[in-house]
Design a protein around this ligand. Sequence first.
Ligand code: IDP
Length: 139
Amino acid sequence: MAGNVTFTMIKPDAVKDNHIGGITKMMEEAGFRVVAMKKTRLSEERAGKFYEVHKERPFYGDLVNYMSSGPIVAMILEKDNAVLDFRKLIGATNPAQAEEGTIRKIYAKSVEANAVHGSDSDENAQIEGDFFFSADERF
Ligand code: IDP
């Protein structure tokens, strides 16, 4: 299945504002199939671990606080060319630069509270999916 899955989270702001359904609908309508899905809350420690690659970036502390501030929805999604197609569907990191019709353009509030995460490589999709889901939670 390598190359055909990506990992996403609906971030705390979008969950709080009741956009789980709207965002998931956009994903399904774009051809992604939900392989695994869970609503959970990251502790500060787990959020710090998930975003460890950004440890040296100035926004790391704020990002960890934000991502542990409320529940998120984690998902593994399947589709041909999943990682790249999903990055197109979510749009640019900064919603001000995101294209019309992308998830972030519609739902993101700021560069930090940008509604959704999307893996940036096949390798990270596997690592991030494994961070949240065991084999018997995938269908
Ligand atoms: P991505 O999520 O589009 O791949 P990354 O550069 O990997 O973007 O950054 C990870 C997350 O860190 C972003 O989704 C966003 O929530 C947050 N972030 C990125 N850049 C900034 C910034 O300049 N200020 C505050 N938060 C940021």
